[in-house]
Design a protein around this ligand. Structure first.
Ligand code: THU
Length: 160
């Protein structure tokens, strides 16, 4: 028997203002996306903004449904839009912001497991890491240089 140790490294910033202007702008696009969330059931609003290599920004928000599992998270709404409409463009960066309607969301909110797996697919497809920034409605921002920090054991096409 031998033990396997997995290390992840993220950067933690106290405030968005500590980050470069282009990242602040991308996060502001995520705030805008968040405002367009359709979340009447959870009242938890999430926005994601994706920066493509050609500079285009693609936005997505969570879209809920009375049949709960039919809804979709912000991150997957955005990344599937990018895949469907800009298939030839690599994804450089994703900025994510979440805000609960009934309480303050001041801690960084990471993408859920299913969204991590979806992001992983595109990171493998484009053979280039995707930088991920995530936060609540304000306050601290976490940065990961690759999806792999958030989901070390990704399931990929190589197993199929
Ligand atoms: N949600 C996201 O949009 N992204 C995540 O990574 C976590 C959860 C949404 C799904 C649902 O509409 C609401 O937040 C509560 O789970």
């Amino acid at each position: 028997m031998k033990k396997i140790r997995i290390e992840s490294e993220l950067e933690a910033y106290d405030d968005l203002k500590e980050l470069p202007k282009d990242i602040q702008d991308l996060m502001r696009a995520a705030f805008e996306a968040r405002d367009a969330a359709y979340a009447p059931y959870s009242k938890f609003h999430v926005g994601a903004a994706i920066q493509l290599e050609n500079g285009i920004v693609v936005k997505g928000s969570n879209q809920e449904n009375a049949a709960y599992p039919s809804g979709l998270c912000a991150e997957r709404t955005a990344i599937y839009y990018a895949g469907a409409n800009h298939a030839d463009q690599k994804i450089n960066t994703i900025a994510i912001s979440a805000k609960a309607q009934n309480k303050e969301t001041l801690t960084p909110i990471p993408p859920c497991g299913a969204c991590r797996q979806a992001i992983a697919e595109y990171e493998v497809k484009q053979d280039q890491p995707i930088v991920i920034y995530f936060m609540g409605e304000r306050g601290a921002v976490f940065k990961s240089d690759s999806l792999r920090n958030l989901l070390p054991f990704i399931f990929t096409q190589e197993y199929l």
